[in-house]
Design a binder for this molecule. Structure first.
Ligand code: GLN
Length: 447
């Protein structure tokens, strides 16, 4: 598959040919179930769009039954920015329902396969985006990351996934899961493409009240030879599988060989991240999903009266995982429990933020696992608690609002990709891309 950088240089005629071939290839690989549908808009370079980002006149459903029949009335800001830069939304890609999940198994459209092994998950929630890029069915894709949903599927599918600093990319037109954590970001074949797509979609937007209103850009400079100080976390990595530990050791050697300085640091037990995240995210999700009542959006199941219409619509429209989280979110926000759970989670969030800030006083980047294992087989994370625990390495980054990039390092003995992530200070995307380019060059991963 040609890269985004190459695709941006194609003539109109070449691009049209390319898009025709691409549509055929997607059709021939239907079993993967990465795309929900192909729906070419505009004349630009085709980009796959996660089903929670609004493209005017497209169906947009967040992978849910409850939004069947809903048509987006306007473009998300990221789509407007893409169109301005010569990129076109090309198709909707699969995801966990309302971006809640780590496997894409909870989608209304059925599961998506991992392009490296048909019996394994592509990760989630942006599993369709990652599978499409990993299978050579997309030049690049947009995903969204609330607690790892860009970085983890990228790692499972052997591609690059980047979560920007909170507020860098407009959330206008993104189906909200947990508004204080959600960010849209690029999923690409390499680090340079991630920087190019990040530059296109990021920037100020008055339509998003949490936007950072910053327009500084990064320069993806393959010749950059900055020497950085990078923290590694030996204790933190102990809970990971041998595959991930081996990749971690390999990445440390690669970073040293590239001339970077490695220092050892510690982070508090990631079990606190899980609690703080699942309380915060479900509390916000409960509030955000209150709008799906059968009246204003999508699918409605008529009842005898308004209350029964709400009840039937929501009972039939939401899947089990979404219902579980609505229940949990209502519980932690209810009077009597609010102080004990929600307020405590916010205090923990501050501790996590402070802990990162302290490490970043002395280092440029942190090297961390993305997930404890390679892509699991279907059904392996069927127990919700196992699924939540598999998020230990990604969620603290969202709680702290930091930018991070997941990139493939190696493959294990089964041929499954192992990815790791670099994490940077808030708004220091430039250093993130510089370090990632350097690591990518040194490990020379073969897709
Ligand atoms: N797996 C996490 C969750 O289910 C993260 C999802 C995401 O980033 N959207 O909440």
């Amino acid at each position: 598959m040609i890269t985004l950088k190459e695709a941006l240089k194609l003539s109109k005629a070449e691009l049209n040919n390319f898009k025709e071939e691409l549509a055929k290839k997607i059709e021939a690989n239907k079993d993967l179930n990465a795309y929900i549908d192909v729906n070419n808009v505009g004349e630009g370079v085709p980009i796959a769009i996660k089903d929670n980002i609004q493209v005017k006149d497209w169906s947009v459903t967040s992978g849910s039954k409850i939004l069947q029949g809903y048509i987006a009335p306007y473009n998300a800001t990221v789509i407007e920015k893409m169109l301005d830069a010569g990129l076109s939304p090309f198709g909707r890609v699969n995801m966990d329902e309302f971006a809640m999940g780590s496997t894409t198994e909870s989608s209304f459209y059925g599961k998506t396969q991992n392009p490296h092994a048909g019996d394994r998950v592509p990760g989630g929630s942006s599993g369709g985006s990652a599978a499409a890029v990993g299978a050579g069915l997309a030049v690049a894709a947009l995903g969204s990351d609330t607690g790892g949903s860009i970085r983890q599927p990228a790692a499972y599918c052997g591609i690059v996934g980047m979560k920007p600093t909170y507020g860098r990319v407009s959330r206008y037109g993104l189906g909200a899961y947990a508004s204080s954590l959600d960010q849209i970001g690029p999923m690409t074949q390499n680090v340079e493409d991630a920087a190019i797509l990040y530059d296109i979609i990021s920037g100020s937007d008055a339509k998003d009240s949490t936007n950072a209103m910053r327009d500084d850009k990064v320069t993806p400079n393959l010749d950059a030879d900055r020497k950085l100080t990078i923290a590694v976390l030996p204790k933190y990595v102990e809970n990971a599988s041998q595959d991930v530990k081996d990749a971690y050791a390999q990445a440390i050697e690669a970073l040293k060989a590239a001339g970077h300085t490695i220092v050892e640091r510690e982070m508090m037990d990631a079990k606190y991240d899980i609690s703080a995240y699942y309380i915060t995210a479900t509390a916000e999700a409960t509030t955000n999903l209150g709008r799906y009542d059968g009246i204003r959006y999508g699918n409605r199941v008529e009842g005898k009266n308004l209350e029964e219409t709400y009840y039937l619509t929501r009972s039939e429209g939401f899947g089990d995982e979404v219902k579980r989280r609505i229940l949990l979110g209502n519980f932690v926000l209810s009077s009597g429990y609010y102080e004990a759970y929600y307020v405590k989670a916010q205090k923990t969030r501050h501790l996590i933020k402070d802990e990162y800030a302290k490490i970043f006083e002395e280092v440029d980047l942190i090297l961390s696992p993305v997930a404890p294992t390679v892509a699991p087989k279907f059904g392996e994370l069927a127990n919700p608690m196992d699924m939540y625990l598999s998020d230990i390495y990604t969620i603290s980054v969202n709680l702290a609002g930091l930018p991070a990039l997941s990139l493939p390092i190696t493959k294990n003995s089964d041929g499954m990709p192992v990815g790791l992530q670099l994490i940077a200070k808030a708004y220091d995307e430039q250093t993130l891309f510089d370090g990632a380019l350097s690591l990518e060059r040194e490990v020379a991963y073969k897709a």
